[in-house]
Design a protein. Sequence first.
Length: 442
Amino acid sequence: MDLDFAEERIEEKMSQIMENPKGGCVLAGINSVLGAIDRVCPIYHSGPGCCMQTTAADQGQSGHKSSCFVSSVSLPSSNMLEKEVVFGGTDKLKTTIQGAVDIIDADAYFVLTGCTAGIIGDDIVSVTEAFQRKGNPVYPIETPGFAGDSNLGYEVVWNTMIDQVIEEDVPRDEKLVNIFGIVPYHDPFWSGTLEEIDRILSRLGLKVNTFFTKHQGMETIRKSSGAALNIIVNPWLFQGPAKKFEKKFGVPSLRIPGLFTGATDTTNFVRAVGEALGLEPELVERVIESEEDYVYQYLGQAIGVVSWKRFAVVADANNAVAFTRYLANDYSFTPVLVIVSEPIFREEDRERIISEIQNLEYADPPKVLFLTDQYEINQAIREEEKEITLLVGSSNEREIALEQEIQFILGAFPMNERLVFNRTYAGYRGSLTFTEDIYDNN
């Protein structure tokens, strides 16, 4: 999803009323991504309240986590009022940036535009260039909140990094890979998921840029053009930035068409990475053998504990793929209904997601719906003709699960009832946590 494509949908979507949207505006997404990078300070050029509201829209509903550097009302903001709307707010922005640079010891500062600044057209580029000439790492992101949803924010940040931050002519490291597609906070398990991916790839002898863990920060981002491969773990996000990254820096991409949970899909992921990088097949298979043995040794101890389920999933595309394929392929549950609860506009993206969800090893393919409105999601669950005995979803689906007397597992954004640090359902070891939760909620 790129900015031009998203803007084509603005007029169409603004006339609709959506109940309980899962995520905020593009500004919320930008703020969340920047907030997950070590020692980075967003600076808002917006009206009062945007800092708190956009933080609450994503970070505030992601397992009770928020940026530990600056977030919410701690974020510097120009707090534009009527005067700035009429006469322009660049003078106030200069003062705000200078205050942030003087008080907050950050490695980089990114100026974000709210809807007000976007409408009146304040020139934030010239303002940030003046600070850059003084040696301050201040970068503009000219994308007002009304331009799209929080998923777009992820791509906007990386387009900015590619255009303004990442260095060219960095020596190639054939063992270094970049991980993209796991969106901080929009996936409540993002920290644990990136740590599990890092753990697995490290066993292959690779060095892993996750960008959001291990205190990786701006220096890691600047040198990321030296990677041998960009690994995109997502069925649809990051298409534009991936092409731009390859064109500018010559780094090819491998798209994994959905997050992986359990031995079957994680093994497919490991083999795909090994093939893309030309790793020794013997090494790849040794790692797979030991990881699968670890998982199956535990699962073998619990045969017969968890009864057979007919399940439904309501989640973003990445997790919808992961949960469905694991429960059907690895645990032999029967999929009934899968609802992808984030806006997917491109038809080829929808087809790719449907293919991943329905192309199962043992089970009949489930019904797949793309719904973002909570009323429509609830109605689809109520009206499903086949019995559902397990529902994996977000905090928004808990009520319908109680109403229909369906076992419920909280596994998707928004997530308001549990604290999440490094928990994950992804990979080899995350699948054991997922299975434990099925039993715990039995």
